[in-house]
Design a protein around this ligand. Structure first.
Ligand SMILES: [Zn+2]
Length: 384
């Protein structure tokens, strides 16, 4: 999954990891608080608490409960982060959003034992929180604490079990993949895990539909898209094996950062390209795209220079970089490409479109040998 694209408002930074809140978290809080308020009497009954001993209105409890849920999700995610860091993986951010949390781990480990440990720790943390709250409940004499521990404990128990379901890319799906990879290899293992996930997606979707459970239908939709994208990445990396940046890069005329926008547009039209490399006086080469230029008012084009436009600082790549390593970086950049630099000299550009073309071409010629037993079905899936 290309998790790097998730945006959010950074709340704080912990152990080098940005803790971010996504706008959709507000919907989750609202939805959970609403459901919690409706279910309050049922939960009181289930917890065997006496309603007269529990203080506070259903509304206050609903607010407390939704905040406790977000905190529980955060602790679960932080479990993943600590394990990933212990295994030497870099973690950029945790984003808390509508469908729980997502940890942006720089690269998903291909080593199955590491993926297993990083994945399994999350559900274990949730189950641990549940056990702790149930323990506190046994010891406490307060009806309020008793009720809180019951409600949040049960929820963490459900969260732990739900995340263990083998639906990719939930934790259980990653555990399953780690297991399958040891038996079938990385590509085929991922493919099998994605197939198993699709069964669960259908089950979630149908149950959600029959129960008018909006959240479950949304989860089904999310899992479907995420599993497909994970497989796309893994399959593409396998297909692109052996290719290096120099094999796909093209040379485009570069412009200086002192070029006016008018001149840059002229150069683009002349070279029949939508992006041009920019040589900067200080720092790495950058890129300018037609999309960026389009946003500048035309009357300023003759006076404004390329350096006046704030250009996203890009990572540059080396001609010898394997395409499989730079694929995600190139496909997700809004610039549509990445400059290739050797000995501080710009030598070319690798465009996202060239990578997609290379994937499509290799699919035509090499898929069969990479994925023998499954190739027919993949072709079918891709034709839809
Ligand atoms: Zn998790």
């Amino acid at each position: 999954m290309l998790k790097e694209d998730i945006s959010g408002w950074t709340l704080l930074t912990l152990r080098g990891v940005a803790i971010r809140l996504h706008i959709s978290l507000l919907f989750l809080l609202f939805y959970v608080a609403l459901v919690a308020m409706i279910q309050f009497p049922v939960v009181i009954q289930l917890s065997k608490a006496n309603i007269n001993d529990v203080s506070g209105t259903p509304f206050i409890w609903a607010v407390i409960f939704s905040l406790a849920l977000v905190l529980s999700i955060f602790i679960h995610e932080f479990g993943h982060v600590l394990m990933a860091q212990a295994k030497g993986l870099k973690v950029r951010a945790i984003t808390l959003m509508m469908l729980g949390g997502a940890s942006q781990i720089e690269e998903i480990p291909e080593e199955p034992s590491i993926e297993f440990k990083v994945a399994i720790i999350g559900p274990l943390v949730s189950l641990g929180i549940a056990a702790t709250l149930f323990g506190i409940r046994e010891l406490s004499n307060s009806a309020n604490i008793d009720f809180f521990c019951y409600w949040v404990g049960q929820t963490n128990l459900a969260l732990g079990i739900f995340n263990l379901l083998p639906a990719f890319p939930m934790d259980g799906g990653r555990v399953l993949r780690a297991f399958l990879v040891t038996k079938q290899g990385y590509l085929l293992g991922t493919w099998t895990a994605v197939k198993v996930s699709q069964v669960f997606v259908w089950i979630f979707g149908v149950i959600g539909f029959l129960q008018f459970n909006f959240l479950l239908m949304l989860i089904a939709f999310f899992l479907y898209a995420a599993a497909k994208s994970e497989y796309f990445v893994v399959m593409s990396q396998a297909l692109l094996k052996g290719l290096r940046a120099r094999d796909l890069m093209i040379s485009l005329p570069s412009i200086s950062e002192n070029t006016t926008i008018s001149e840059a547009v002229f150069q683009m039209a002349h070279s029949k390209t939508l992006l041009l490399p920019v040589i900067r006086e200080a720092g790495q080469p950058s890129l300018i795209t037609a999309n960026l230029l389009k946003q500048i008012p035309k009357k300023t084009w003759d006076t404004m220079r390329i350096k006046d436009i704030s250009v996203e600082l890009l990572k540059v790549i080396h001609p010898d970089d394997p395409i499989e390593d730079i694929m995600i970086l190139t496909l997700k950049t809004i610039m549509g490409g990445v400059p290739v630099v050797q000995d501080n000299q710009l030598v070319g550009v690798v465009r996202a479109s060239d990578i997609l073309d290379a994937i499509a071409l290799r699919q035509l010629t090499e898929e069969e040998s990479i994925l023998k037993p499954w190739s027919l079905r993949i072709r079918h899936a891709h034709s839809r």
